[in-house]
Design a protein. Sequence first.
Length: 391
Amino acid sequence: MMRRIISFALLIAVLLTAASCGSVGEFGKEDSSEESSAISRSEDSYTGYSEIVLDPESNEPVQSDEPEESSVQTVWPKPTCANPYVKAPKNEDDEYLPIRSIHNTQKNTVEVFGRPDVNDEAVAAALADINSWLGGYSKKISFCAYALDGTAAVAYNCEDTFFSACTIKTSFIFYCCLAIDQGLADRNTVMYYQECYYHKGSGDIRLTDYGTPYTLETLIYKALNISDNVAYEMLTAYFGHAGYNQFMKDIGIPNLTLGSGLWTRAMNPKDLCTVWRELYFYFESGSPMAQVYKKACTNTKFNYCALYLDVPYSHKSGDNFAPNEVYNDGALIWADRPYVVSFLTVSEGKAEDEKVVNTISKIIYEQLMKPVFPPKEVPMEESSEDVREEL
């Protein structure tokens, strides 16, 4: 029995525009109807955890009945690869710290890299404070913070890998926005919600009738703003994985590529910070989709690592229930000296987890990243292949 009852007329319309689940609409056709433009962008229907289930034997996410990429009928050509909008700080002196050079040399040890804008005594005090919170916390946790002027970073097990949950949407939606900016797709293209896109968990599209139209722009907004799982599934069906995977390799983070599913178990804090570093410069470009992305993820609900900060932030979180719990967040902190930070944990995000993550995040901000002296300007230059290899 169908979960939704839709009118016969709407069913006929959907069948005419979608011969299969993969052929999800008249791709590339602009839609300016009141029905399309009135699509809600409410945050109020967020339902919390994404309820991703992992197979107990393989420890891999159990996939829903989404179509394989090869079965998706291509009506509108899928983007092959959006050239990454990578602007890299100039590396003209030894003070600049490339983000890709950060590696924890000792396990379970908080390390500071570069030259924070404070003296050695202040660094030692900050490390002591962080360690006092880590010492009483028994769950797996990793984090990384990186000043965007390239002067300093702090990391703890920053290359340990975790199940991504919905934080993978950070990088995939970045790729979608780049593809639209470069004319490889149209933000006004309409897709229709169908039963094969149903995904439980966060978001509100799953509560609407099959056949409801959504533009690519609205799907992007919802996937970021309320972590809509259906929106994300529809976007991955539209754009595919090949171009996105190449984009991740281009900016030096192949761990975040996708296989046939929607998630990855290879996310680490440093890679997530790298994505947010690129997003910072993307936001600075002011492109139409950069503005959409920034608006969708800035000062939103459900942030897990900036609760105790008194500055604006842009972020994307992700979480999942036990027994495969994760409580993750990556953010761009719009401080006087902007920086990126990410926390990945194996926890359920309960009061204790929230307090530990946010207290450490506050220590990093107030004692290491908050400038004592006037902040340095973030230097930029158009990147080349040579520069990208240094990241």
